[in-house]
Design a protein around this ligand. Structure first.
Ligand code: HEC
Ligand code: HEC
Ligand code: HEC
Ligand code: HEC
Ligand code: HEC
Ligand code: HEC
Ligand code: HEC
Ligand code: HEC
Ligand code: HEC
Ligand code: HEC
Length: 306
């Protein structure tokens, strides 16, 4: 075993040991696995010893079509301990007699422990916010989203990412099918256009520091500066819009005049907009006159009407 392999192996061992050490409720499988790691009983022939029994599984074979089955590189599992880089040392495993690390919701070890396997190679800048993120706290693991035994991981493809996310996020799935929504249904947009899947320091794990900065990435014309600003626009686009989808036109939380009256009910004529079909209630309602709702650059546009 070369030096690099030894470092990887001991990282993983420390990861596992501290995970299990901290966890009073370590499962039997976890305790057994820790013993195996400490003994370091790796197989002699790597993948070949596993394939003796597992070659018939389509799932297992699919690994070799993806990046983790690449036999040429030295940084990937195949250049290292092969299958055992992820599943741990074989020891006496021949089936149910002695477990291997099994991943996923029905895996035999905690999410934290599963993650320590992936992070032993992927602890880089992209994953710095993972610990403490909502997903990590909710005990999701890397493989809640990622599939490694596959030619291509669906969550990395913009056309299939949304389906992976909405498999759990049913509310957003309903939102994006509403009458007015960001075009996420057909792959034009993906959740990761706005969200950092591995967590971020912003609210709701946004990629940008604020809601408005997220929106300006694509709707730059709404940034201004405007001669006459409309305060809620500079404060937060979500004062009026929903981020994912709405039953109202242009993804509005509510329609005018109710939308406007939620803030302006007591300012003179702003309380009108009921009853007869006039400029206040018909057509675009308040927007019939206040058409520059995001701000105006007209010298006389202080009422956002031009
Ligand atoms: C990069 C880490 C990694 C490597 C390398 C790896 N696996 Fe897996 N294995 C996983 C994960 C994660 C799963 C859960 C399913 C998934 O995400 O694709 C899994 C699932 C499995 C399963 C259960 C799936 C089933 O239903 O059949 C078996 C068996 C298995 N792996 C064997 C192997 C063998 C044999 C090798 C080497 C040829 C190997 N694995 C290499 C991570 C890995
Ligand atoms: C002598 C045959 C044999 C060898 C060699 C073998 N396995 Fe297994 N393995 C099995 C059997 C049998 C099962 C149990 C399948 C079941 O539970 O349905 C199993 C289960 C597993 C599972 C758990 C799947 C799950 O969903 O719980 C993983 C992961 C796994 N093996 C990985 C490996 C790896 C990696 C190697 C090589 C280091 C290996 N196996 C070598 C026979 C073998
Ligand atoms: C032995 C090291 C090692 C382990 C363990 C490992 N990976 Fe990787 N992974 C790699 C390498 C090398 C690549 C190739 C891309 C690169 O250069 O980063 C890669 C690529 C990826 C990619 C990008 C795939 C693509 O198609 O571009 C994802 C996602 C990923 N790994 C997830 C995981 C997950 C999830 C686990 C745990 C189940 C895991 N990895 C375990 C080494 C590893
Ligand atoms: C909530 C779903 C989700 C979870 C959980 C998740 N990922 Fe990802 N991951 C993604 C998506 C989506 C992408 C592609 C878009 C991007 O990179 O922003 C990605 C990209 C990657 C990549 C390739 C690009 C890069 O960032 O280098 C790697 C490697 C990776 N993830 C590893 C991991 C590891 C390791 C974990 C666990 C600590 C993990 N992921 C957990 C969704 C997830
Ligand atoms: C296995 C289920 C699962 C998958 C898959 C999943 N999530 Fe989540 N996600 C959760 C849970 C549970 C929470 C916490 C409760 C909630 O807000 O619904 C959460 C929370 C979030 C939050 C709020 C975070 C915060 O800091 O407030 C965002 C944003 C999010 N997920 C985006 C995504 C994206 C984007 C994807 C796909 C790349 C994804 N999720 C995939 C289960 C999942
Ligand atoms: C156009 C940008 C954008 C896209 C695309 C997007 N989101 Fe969001 N999402 C946001 C913003 C902004 C918030 C913050 C809402 C708040 O602060 O009230 C948010 C909040 C969330 C939350 C936290 C729950 C809540 O309502 O506060 C979840 C979960 C979530 N998004 C999941 C998703 C999923 C899943 C997808 C893909 C189907 C997705 N988002 C696509 C911008 C976006
Ligand atoms: C990644 C790019 C992107 C980001 C980021 C983004 N949008 Fe959009 N937005 C779009 C696209 C694309 C459309 C659809 C344009 C079309 O259909 O002509 C759209 C449409 C809209 C519409 C009009 C919807 C309709 O039915 O006419 C509103 C309102 C909107 N976005 C608000 C926001 C808000 C608020 C944010 C920040 C939370 C945001 N957008 C972030 C790309 C983006
Ligand atoms: C005071 C309420 C309000 C706020 C706050 C607001 N909007 Fe709007 N927005 C509207 C209304 C009302 C419409 C519909 C205008 C129409 O039909 O003429 C609209 C339409 C849009 C549209 C689609 C039509 C167009 O003008 O391109 C986009 C995109 C949009 N808003 C983005 C944003 C962004 C980005 C922010 C934050 C910087 C924001 N909005 C803040 C009320 C608001
Ligand atoms: C979230 C609260 C909120 C919503 C919703 C909202 N506004 Fe405003 N609006 C404000 C605030 C705050 C100001 C600044 C008041 C000030 O400076 O005295 C303002 C200013 C204005 C002004 C300029 C008033 C002036 O000072 O001359 C007009 C016109 C206006 N809003 C119309 C609308 C219309 C029309 C809608 C609906 C499409 C709307 N607003 C929705 C909070 C809101
Ligand atoms: C027929 C055109 C018209 C319609 C419809 C209209 N406004 Fe106005 N609004 C104006 C004009 C013009 C001003 C500027 C008045 C001034 O400068 O004295 C104004 C001023 C305002 C102001 C600034 C404070 C004030 O009273 O001077 C607010 C707030 C406002 N409108 C809200 C609304 C809301 C909310 C609606 C919908 C219920 C609405 N307006 C519908 C023409 C209209």
């Amino acid at each position: 075993m070369n030096q690099k392999k030894r470092i990887r192996r001991s990282c993983l061992l420390i990861g596992l040991a501290s995970c299990i050490g901290l966890n009073v409720y370590a499962t039997d499988a976890e305790s057994l696995l820790l013993e195996k790691f400490q003994a370091g009983h790796y197989s002699r022939k790597g993948a070949d010893s596993c394939l003796m029994c597992h070659r018939k599984s389509d799932t297992v074979r699919a690994l070799f079509q993806g990046v983790h089955g690449d036999m040429s590189g030295s940084r990937g599992p195949m250049g290292q301990l092969q299958c055992e880089s992820c599943h741990g040392p074989q020891g006496k495993h021949k089936g149910k007699n002695e477990p291997m690390i099994a991943f996923g919701d029905n895996g035999n070890v905690s999410a934290e422990l599963q993650d320590s396997v992936c992070l032993s190679c992927h602890q880089d800048g992209e994953r710095t916010a993972w610990h403490g993120s909502m997903h990590q706290q909710e005990k999701l693991s890397c493989v809640s989203c990622h599939t490694v035994h596959a030619a291509a991981d669906p969550v990395l493809n913009r056309n299939s990412e949304v389906a992976v996310c909405t498999g759990c996020h049913t509310e957003q799935k309903l939102d994006m099918a509403k009458r007015s929504a960001h075009p996420m249904q057909w792959g034009q947009m993906a959740c990761s256009d706005c969200h950092a899947p591995h967590g971020s320091l912003s609210e709701a794990s946004l990629k940008q520091v604020s809601v408005n900065d997220s929106c300006f990435e694509c709707h730059a014309e709404k940034r201004g500066p405007f001669l006459w600003e409309h305060q809620p626009v500079t404060d937060n686009c979500l004062s009026c819009h929903t981020p994912h989808g709405s039953v109202n036109d242009t993804m509005l939380e509510r329609r005018a005049p109710m939308l406007c009256q939620s803030c302006h009910a007591s300012d003179g004529h702003a309380s009108r907009g009921h009853g007869d079909d006039n400029a206040f209630s018909g057509g675009q309602s308040c927007l019939n006159c206040h058409s520059q709702i995001h701000g105006s650059n007209h010298p006389a546009g202080q009422a956002l009407q031009r």
